[in-house]
Design a protein around this ligand. Structure first.
Ligand SMILES: NC(=O)c1ccc[n+]([C@@H]2O[C@H](COP(=O)([O-])OP(=O)(O)OC[C@H]3O[C@@H](n4cnc5c(N)ncnc54)[C@H](O)[C@@H]3O)[C@@H](O)[C@H]2O)c1
Length: 381
C-alpha cells in the first residue's frame, strides 16, 4: 500500500505530539518539518528523525508528493498557513482555535469545500473513550432528556506574572486567551456529548495580571515554569486569565462553566457533568479512564474503561484492554486514523471535527467576548 506523506508545521509542543501520533498509524510518513527558522526546523527534524526540513513552509507546499499538512503553530498563523496549503491542494489538519476570527474561518470552510479537501479542526479531546461513551449513552437515551451541564477547564501554568507564552499576546493569539485556548475544547466536548448547541450565553472575563514580565528570549508552551525571573520586559496584557460563562443550550437546557489558567494545582482539569432526567454522568480529563454515573434510586458507580463495558459504538475509540490506561496522546491517534482514512478515500465517512466545527466554536468565542464587554446576555449567531 502506498504511504501517505505529510508535513508538520511547527516544532513546539504540538509539533512533537502530532509527529509522534501520525507515526503510530503506520500508513502515513512524516516527510518534512517546517519551523520558524531553518535552524529550529533542522534541530527538531534531527531529534525526530525526519530528513527534510525548512524555515519556509511554502517550499513544502510546492512539493506535489506531500498529501497533507498539520498546522501546529501559534493561532495567528493558522489561517495563512491553511489557506496557502489548500490553495496548493493539500489536505489540512489545523490546531484549534481554527483562526483569529469567524471571517477567516468562513474562508477556510469555503476553500476546503471548493477544493474538496479533507479538513479537520483539532478538537481531539472528544476522542477519549469515556467521552465517546457518554455521547453514545446519551444517544441511546440512557441519560434521558438533558436538564443541565456544568464544569470547568482549569490550569495553573499562567498563575504568576512571570509566566509567559505567545498566547499572552493578542497579536499572535487573538483577543481571547483562556476561553479560546481551552474553553473552546470544553464547549466542543459538551456539544458533542449532548448533541445540543449553545444558543446564548452570559460571560464575565477577568484579566488578573494587567501586566506581565515578558522574557527577552522565546519560550515554548509550559516551559516558562522553569525560567528564572531575570531579564524581563513588563508589558500590558489584554487577554483573559479567567472566565465564568452561563449557558443556554436551546429552550430548556441550562449550563455553567468556568475557564482558568490561574488555578494553583489544577494542571489540565477539564471536568464535565451532564444531568439528565434518568441519570447523570461526570468525567475529568485528569483521570480519563473513569466515568462516574449517578442515578437517583441506585448507588452511584464509577465505570473504569474496558472496551467490553463501553457502549458498543464507543468501543472503536479504545485500542487497549481494560486496566491499560488510554490518555491524551491516544486521542491524537484516534483523530489521525479517521482523518487519514478520508484522505485515502474521499468517500469515507467524516468522523472527526471539521473546519465547520472550528468555525462554530469561534462563533461561541466571539459571543463570549461580546457578552463580557457588554455585561449582558448575547445570542450565538
Ligand atoms: N489540541 C490540543 O490539545 C492543543 C494543545 C496545545 C496547543 N494546541 C494548539 O496548537 C497550536 C500550537 O501550540 P503549541 O502549544 O504547540 O505552541 P508552541 O509555542 O509550543 O509551538 C509553536 C511552534 O510554532 C513555531 N512557529 C512559529 N512561527 C512559525 C512559522 N512561520 N513556520 C513554522 N513554525 C513556526 C514555533 O517556533 C514553535 O515551535 C496552537 O494553536 C494551540 O492552540 C492544541
Amino acid at each position: 500500500m502506498k504511504k501517505l506523506r505529510t508535513a508538520i508545521f511547527g516544532t513546539g509542543f504540538m509539533g512533537r505530539v502530532h509527529t509522534e501520533g501520525v507515526r503510530r498509524l503506520g500508513n502515513v510518513e512524516v516527510a518534512a518539518i517546517a519551523g520558524s527558522t531553518a535552524d529550529k526546523a533542522r534541530k527538531f527534524a534531527d531529534e525526530v528523525g525526519v530528513d527534510r526540513s525548512t524555515g519556509d513552509y511554502h517550499e513544502l507546499l510546492a512539493d506535489p508528493s506531500i498529501d497533507a499538512v498539520h498546522v501546529c503553530t501559534p493561532n495567528a498563523l493558522h489561517f495563512p498557513m491553511s489557506k496557502a496549503a489548500m490553495e496548493a491542494g493539500k489536505h489540512v489538519l489545523c490546531e484549534k482555535p481554527l483562526a483569529m476570527s469567524t471571517a477567516e474561518a468562513q474562508e477556510m470552510v469555503r476553500l476546503a469545500r471548493e477544493k474538496n479537501l479533507a479538513n479537520c479542526t483539532f478538537h481531539n479531546l472528544r476522542y477519549y473513550p469515556q467521552v465517546q461513551n457518554m455521547r453514545r449513552m446519551r444517544e441511546a437515551g440512557d441519560l434521558g432528556e438533558i436538564y443541565a451541564v456544568q464544569g470547568t477547564y482549569s490550569q495553573d501554568w499562567l498563575l504568576y506574572d512571570t509566566d509567559f507564552n505567545w498566547r499572552i499576546e493578542s497579536d499572535m493569539n487573538g483577543r481571547s486567551r483562556a476561553f479560546a485556548d481551552i474553553g473552546t475544547h470544553w464547549c466542543d466536548m459538551v456539544e458533542h456529548i449532548t448533541g445540543l448547541r449553545v444558543t446564548s450565553l452570559c460571560a464575565d472575563l477577568q484579566t488578573f495580571h494587567k501586566t506581565r514580565k515578558k522574557p527577552k528570549g522565546s519560550i515554548e508552551t509550559f516551559s516558562g515554569k522553569t525560567l528564572q525571573p531575570s531579564d524581563y520586559t513588563e508589558i500590558p496584557i489584554d487577554t483573559e486569565d479567567f472566565g465564568a460563562v452561563l449557558l443556554r443550550l436551546g429552550e430548556k437546557t441550562r449550563g455553567a462553566m468556568t475557564v482558568s489558567q490561574i488555578s494553583a494545582g489544577r494542571k489540565n482539569r477539564l471536568f464535565v457533568e451532564i444531568y439528565g432526567t434518568k441519570a447523570s454522568v461526570a468525567w475529568n480529563q485528569e483521570s480519563p479512564d473513569e466515568l462516574w454515573i449517578g442515578e437517583r434510586n441506585t448507588p452511584n458507580r464509577i465505570v473504569v474503561k474496558d472496551p467490553s463495558l463501553l457502549a458498543e459504538k464507543a468501543r472503536s475509540y479504545a485500542d487497549l484492554p481494560g486496566g491499560h490506561s488510554e490518555g491524551y496522546d491516544d486521542t491524537f491517534k484516534q483523530v489521525f486514523r479517521r482523518f487519514y482514512r478520508t484522505v485515502a478515500d474521499r468517500h469515507a465517512p467524516v468522523e472527526y471535527p471539521t473546519f465547520e466545527d472550528g468555525l462554530r466554536q469561534l462563533r461561541i468565542l466571539e459571543t463570549v467576548l461580546e457578552s463580557s464587554a457588554k455585561h449582558a446576555w448575547a445570542d450565538v449567531k
